[in-house]
Design a binder for this molecule. Sequence first.
Ligand code: NAD
Length: 248
Amino acid sequence: MIDLHGKRAIVTGAASGIGRATAALLAELGAAVVLLDLDAERGEQAAKEIGGTFVRCDVSRRADCERAVSTAVEQHGGVDVLFNNAGIIRRSTVTEISDEDWDLVMAVNVRSIMLLSGLVVPLMAASGGGSIVNTGSGWGIKGGGRAISYCASKGAVVNMTRAMAIDHGPDNIRVNCVCPGDTDTGMLAEEARQLGESPDAFYTDAADRPLGRIGRPRDIAQTVAFLASDAAAFVSGAVIAVDGAGTA
Ligand code: NAD
């Protein structure tokens, strides 16, 4: 059984999709949860429904991350679980992408993990350890079309997970990565909008769907809850596809 009573968690991108579902599940399992997101309205609403604390935070900005971690420490006295999940996508090839979009995707998807983990690792080390979970993607394991910055960023997330697990294992900090396949969140509608296509294709396309469906946010949340818990005490440096065999 997964029991998170006594755990103090930070979840990024917690206003919607995978982050929201995970914040809700961690709270259900007993954790005290601080929800971070750019979207204050939806973030506040999520925190109210889940029973956590919301902090508006642009995870790509150091000052915002410092303020968010300070709030978590003031509220709960420390951090045991960090779910680095906020992410964005730009659907473009290397010939189409602008410098600004490249930098933005890398800042939100990759620099955020450096910033927040850099702030949280010393706290975890001082309190005997912790669990960091990063959201990668199937496109961090294999390539995907017209998503050059996203694929680069998620490849980076996968390998920085391993590097962090090596660096901070001696402080009893476990670092793992979940790699969702297509999952039913606002990101799919956003991708369809960028590609000028109907979002229906994501739901009806049979390719890469051995289990016959796309993911639900709760599917990813269940894996994160396990990785956050003491049940995963010897799991670190792992890259776990949660995609119904989509990358198999
Ligand atoms: P989503 O759009 O529903 O949620 C992303 C959240 O991140 C939003 O609430 C958004 O406001 C927030 N966010 C964006 N930029 C931010 C910033 N700078 N600072 C703070 N918050 C910010 O999408 P989702 O599908 O739940 O995405 C969560 C993670 O899952 C992302 O890292 C995404 O790349 C990854 N992922 C999603 C899928 C999928 O099919 N949905 C597949 C693989 C990986």
